[in-house]
Design a protein around this ligand. Structure first.
Ligand SMILES: [Zn+2]
Length: 304
């Protein structure tokens, strides 16, 4: 199941052991076969034309830049190292590097539908890591400068030597069922009649189950009992992990928090089935790009 979730399933080997070896990392940086995915203001470089794919570059693409950006190791494929490199310092990089006719920097959410699943996962990893490095140049403990270590898998403070790890923010997201109906909500500004699973960030010292119960109660007034994990999705905007659950309601009367959502409703099983089939009536559900789609389908497919 999780293999079909967009942004998961990268074909690269992250090389968690070998990236600790500085000599191995230096050899990859010097190897002319190594490939680099340029990102400009978090937008990956993507080939133009019918064969939509990530546009990988050689190190010549960026090595004359001043300051020279530091590549971040994404992993290897068939022994070839793949890096992400942040070229945000260049005003018009596609023209500057002479690739404007064959490739362009594109917002990942807009381009993801045209990329393979593997490319979407790689671009998501690159986007999250490049964004994290750009935001963590200083130590949160002492304010000293930090430097990239382990090929970019961590940053280390140059003053107090504290290690800093790329952040991942857990979000609990749940389809709440009660018999033949499920609870879905919509946020202000969504296109009508789109409804989705309720979601919220997991807070400090809170389990996933507790986060689901708290968020659903806050947003809809519905009390939740059993919570079951179903699947998760990396969501690199900038660095969330969507933890998808199916939950059971213990109450039925909806009372929304208008600061959080615009509307919440119970939907009948047949209505949900039609919406998943793309037969829009009073309900449109998110596309397979979002884990909510997979959660809604899983709830529908459950035997009961
Ligand atoms: Zn420090």
């Amino acid at each position: 199941m999780s293999d079909s979730i967009p942004f998961a399933g990268s074909p690269l080997d992250r090389e968690a052991l070998r990236r600790r070896d500085r000599a191995w990392l230096e050899a990859q940086a010097e190897d002319s076969a190594s490939r680099y995915l340029p990102l400009w203001r978090l937008e990956p470089l993507i080939k133009k034309g019918g064969d939509t794919a990530l546009a990988w570059a050689r190190s010549e693409f960026f090595e004359d830049l001043d300051p020279r950006p530091e590549p971040v190791l994404l992993g290897t494929s068939d022994g070839v190292a793949h890096f992400a490199v942040d070229v945000s310092g260049v005003a018009d990089p596609a023209s500057a590097f002479g690739v404007a006719d064959v490739a362009s920097f594109e917002e990942l959410r807009a381009a993801a539908g045209r990329l393979s699943g593997g490319d979407v996962a790689i671009a998501g990893q690159a986007r999250s890591l490049v964004d994290w490095h750009a935001r963590h140049r200083f130590c949160a403990a002492c304010g000293g400068g930090t430097r990239s270590v382990l090929g970019g898998a961590q940053r280390r403070c140059t003053e107090c030597e504290a290690d800093h790890f790329p952040r991942t923010d857990p979000v609990a997201i749940a389809v709440v069922g009660r018999g033949d109906r499920c609870l879905l909500g919509r946020s202000p500004g969504w296109p009508r009649p789109m409804f989705s699973a309720l979601a919220g960030f997991v807070e400090a010292a809170e389990s996933i189950e507790e986060a689901v119960r708290r968020e659903v109660l806050e947003e809809s007034g519905i009390r939740v009992g059993a919570v079951r994990y179903h699947a998760s999705q990396p969501w690199p905007f900038p660095s969330s992990l969507m933890i998808g659950c199916i939950a059971e309601a213990e109450s039925e009367e909806i009372s929304i928090d208008p600061a959080e959502i615009e509307e919440a409703r119970w939907f009948e099983r047949d209505e949900v089935r039609q919406a998943l089939a793309g037969d829009a009536g009073d309900l449109v559900v998110p596309p397979p790009f979002a884990i909510a789609h997979h959660l809604i389908r899983a709830w529908l497919d459950e035997d009961r």
